[in-house]
Design a protein around this ligand. Sequence first.
Ligand code: PAF
Length: 277
Amino acid sequence: MKVVPTIAELRKELAKARNTAFVPTMGNLHEGHLSLVRRARELAGPKGPVVTSIFVNRLQFAPHEDFDTYPRTFERDCELLRSAGCDIVFAPNEAELYPEPQGYKVQPPSELADILEGHFRPGFFTGVCTVVLKLFNCVQPASAVFGKKDYQQLMVIRRMVAQLALPLHIEAGETTRADDGLALSSRNGYLSEAERAEAVQLSRALADVKRALHNGERDIAALEKRAMNTLSVRGWKPDYVVVRRQVDLQPPQGGEPLVVLAAAKLGTTRLIDNVEV
Ligand code: PAF
């Protein structure tokens, strides 16, 4: 496995590559990321290279968010990536990826990017799309793997790839969960022991909504409110628990595949999760 810090070196490494599979990350890797890398390994086949990027992207953090304290665990990340079958780690520093302030940005459509996460984190998806497009330009992959854990991000990227006719396939990776059901996330590391024990309640709230929908409950507003209330009573500060259409994250019209999405703060840690219905 090679660690490549510059775009020029990356291009040289990949000059003759075919069927490159790519997993963009911000590092601080866990089993969830590694499952995406293993999926990339399958997509690349025996001959295609698997590239993982590690870059904490300032553009997607608001000034009050955790850019400075976001855990940087580069050596450990590289060991994990090697064991998961990664061939190249693209690890540019900020001066390499943003040698001057990034004036050209990708503005995703408001109806998809200004709802849910985008509502609570204005500009977040502009930052994500801008860096992901730039990384795609550097790596030029045949496929890229994004986790369903960040469901809205996956949708936003899929739409960007379709609308800009980018020549790659976007693959969705399933969410990896701890034994108790908590979705693995780099930010779980911020939780105290007591918070970690409580954190499972987020996935339970989603599972309750899913069960109610399967049982034929159709008052979606009431279900969402009940889930928000359950979390609030336990001391969470929920931003949203909503039932949306999988296809475009808009409110359901009836009969289409659904997804339940939630974001809530436990102490100072904001967690997100979702479950397809
Ligand atoms: O999901 C992430 O880790 C980031 O949003 C991504 C896709 C690597 C872009 O910085």
